[in-house]
Write a protein that binds this ligand. Sequence first.
Ligand code: UDP
Length: 406
Amino acid sequence: MKLADYEPIVGPNIIEELKSLARRLKGKLVRNINSTAVGGGVAEILMRLVPLLNELGLDVRWDVIKGEERFFSITKKFHNMLHGKKVKLLPNEIELFLKNGEDNLKNMDLSGDILFIHDPQPIVLVKKKQFQKKSKWLWRCHIDVTEPNEQIWSFLKTFIEQYDASVFSSPNFAQQLKIRQFLIAPSIDPLSDKNKDLSQNEIADVLNRLKIAADKPIITQVSRFDYLKDPLGVIDVYRLVKKYTDCQLILAGGTATDDPESALVLNKVTEKAQGDPDIHILALPPTSDIEINALQRASTVILQKSVREGFALTVTEALWKAKPVVASAVGGIPLQIKHEFSGLLSRTTEGTAYWVKQLLNSPDYAQNLGRVGKEHVRQNFLLTRHLREYLLLFLALYHHSDIVNI
Ligand code: UDP
């Protein structure tokens, strides 16, 4: 994609502003480092942002650390602990993690004006900072750290505080740190397969393939099969609504063979839905972006009945498609949905069912919520806003040191 491709969506002023911010960073070498080139949200966002930043005249590169399987199983444990899991980190795990850092320090080119390090896996690389006084070092946390396990947090903090600044995704992830913290929300790409416009024919094709007839209203939740997304509660909501209005339910989620719990949840959901031909449980492969896009677009109402959430990109995606969304007021959802304005918030099964009924009975109201929701995403959660905030962040690194030098 080129910057100009986004102009019809966000308008010329936003693109001009990006160019003018970028002029002040022309030629700066920004080196992103993370732990994987494909798969996962971090790689996805880098893949989209890096070419656009280069088009804007910065020299932005993206490198990936090396590590063995054992290293990644330890960093997976870090990840779970950052989500609050109560397990202990063992001394040999810490040792192996630090050893990986040393190996990468030896083998990687860490030159650059700004070293932009993503998530805990490459965090140790900051040790190089003392040898290159002119470089700025940024640590970007993409993980939900509302209530991190104390042991892992205090371990990582010894590295985090060596950076010039840190970046978190949401105000509720902010931490007590000695360095500056920036809050930058995630974004969606309106031109990706998951979000681009689809024709009615393309949508109908997907429904046909998935054997769903669009002959009655469709209520949909797209989510991994995880108890925290409450798919069983979604079936309860549907049953309450179905007493009053004939409708169908789609629960679409990934098959994630590496997550044994997701198979268990999927079984429970299938069991609970048994005997009802109007409940469609779709275990989709990870390459199903067009399918997810079409399902969201074919839906009358979108649900996100999560018990806990990070940011909830599924909500962003649904709002961008101008769909009325009923969602729990958890995680990043209230940043996206202002109740009765850009969508509806609820806390209980009965409350969710109440709002779904309202929406099915009042198409104008539903349409209005969807329209406002889409504008809210256009202003706040598209890729272009993310680019702008990254440029401002890079500039702020220099601004800050000017002030300090005075
Ligand atoms: N998603 C997907 N296939 C699935 C389930 C989810 O592509 O079967 C996508 C979904 O469209 C969204 C992302 O995975 O882009 C989930 O992000 P979110 O922040 O909603 O939740 P998380 O799974 O990170 O908790």
